[in-house]
Design a protein around this ligand. Sequence first.
Ligand code: ADP
Ligand code: XUL
Length: 543
Amino acid sequence: MAIYLGFDLGTQGLAAIAIEVEGERRRVVFQRSLDFDAEFPRYGTDHGVLPREDPLVAESSPLLWAEALDRMMGLIATEGGFDLARVRAVAGSAQQHGSVYLNHTAGGTLAGLDPGQPLEAQLHGIFTRKASPIWMDSSTAKQCAEITRALGGAEAVARLTGSRAFERFTGPQIRKFEQYDPAAYRRTTTIHLASSYLASLLAGRRAPIEPGDGAGMTLMDLARKAWAPAALAATAPDLAQKLPPLVASDTVVGSLSPYWVRRYGFPEAAVVAWSGDNPCSLIGTGLVAEGAIAISLGTSDTLFGPMEVPRTDPSLAGSVFGSPTGAYMGLVCFKNGSLARERVRDAHRMDWPAFSRALRETKPGNGGALMLPWFEPEITPDVPHAGVRRFGLDAGDGPANVRAVVEAQMMALANHARWMGVSVRELRATGGAAANREILQVMADVFGAPVRQLKVGNSACLGAALRAWHADELAQGRKPAWPDVVAGFVEPEEPAIRPAPDRAALYDEMREVYAAAEAHALGKGPHPGEALAQFRSRFGTLR
Ligand code: ADP
Ligand code: XUL
């Protein structure tokens, strides 16, 4: 019976899953994750991020990622509990936008890895840049402005690439690298995404990029799913030679290289193009047709849903990426996700059970107390400098701050997803914090829709494994339909978490107040004092 492997390079760790498939029989046979800070302390990461002086800079280590992949392959071989010869194909998901810079020796090194030595020890000479900028970086405002100007304005960039130029996107990051270290840029022969870098390590050769992750670079023509010459020219010299080719998401890019075969006993299984964590999560939550959305509460909070044809966000807050199905997906991303919830939890010396208790013991609407949870610079909306704002909220009141941060996050998700034009009948929740039913209750109440947890919590990792299976079927000349591929794996847990009907009016009004508070903080509207007073007079007694 065939086994398919999926990996997920998250911000804070690497996860893997193995699924077994034969006919109607489908099951998860292995699941494991490795936390970067705990398992690889010598890199000195904090939540997977290297220490940095500038709060706008966020980087991680491509050597750490390689070491984690090597360790995980070893664990699958020793603890997987299945005959490795059954592994037919491997695919992966990776945090989006992060980039890896390689020199001319990389090809030879990857093709000739010595199975007697650890992977990481053999890679030190292949990089032109030791650290990889990751999605949490917001240090490229200048480069975004330059690229935007060269391409004729933010709307033009969004029409071409699916998104305006965001600071975390790869193109602005590449431009910054070229400006700060032109000699190292010139020595760079390949610029990978985290996804194509890890696929290259597995295949022992330069792996291509696919349109799910490629759309997060400000370099891809979204409609044509090809590199956009104007965007490349606006970004850095000679970029076309340094980027891997773009291929369809279901492309087999090679097979497991001799390193993995000899070191751990894997077969020469197919390596399928890796994609971004959000495109993979779309598959792993079962969203293969338009009309439904999912929310991932990972390190970032994201909301996403499938789209048949790309419709860009007129407010330019959202993004459109390729979907692994060949269609498209809309996405809104928030930097102040799990780490903001952790900041509130830790400030009030709580653990997750105490955090949940605080949500149970406080009332919807928080008596009109409101927070703008910008512990870090925010992506949605664009908040360049961190700064938490509180309205009628005592910073020392633990339970009220817990409710305030979660209500704020859910209202921001709901407000900034309106452009997708999806009437939300049901939400699927995934990511680390989706294990928390009290957080999901606030989600259900704010959206006024039932929320379903999924049986497999890491949907990005599951989505990667399902992509491996789908591509392997295609490679054998079959035509698997996506609904059949995801069936049996993405069924939600019962029962759903239902919204309390008496909360709909409250959150409808509170979402407007929240939008006003946000606009005010961005210098685009009056102080929300009056709106808050009205809200309190109608709902404040609920405290
Ligand atoms: P990534 O997006 O990096 O892959 P995960 O999806 O693994 O991250 O989510 C990790 C986060 O999940 C942690 O930072 C933690 O804050 C959060 N988390 C884990 N368990 C809980 C819980 N019970 N309640 C709330 N948050 C949780
Ligand atoms: C999406 C984004 C994050 C990362 C990390 O645009 O920046 O969701 O993919 O998970």
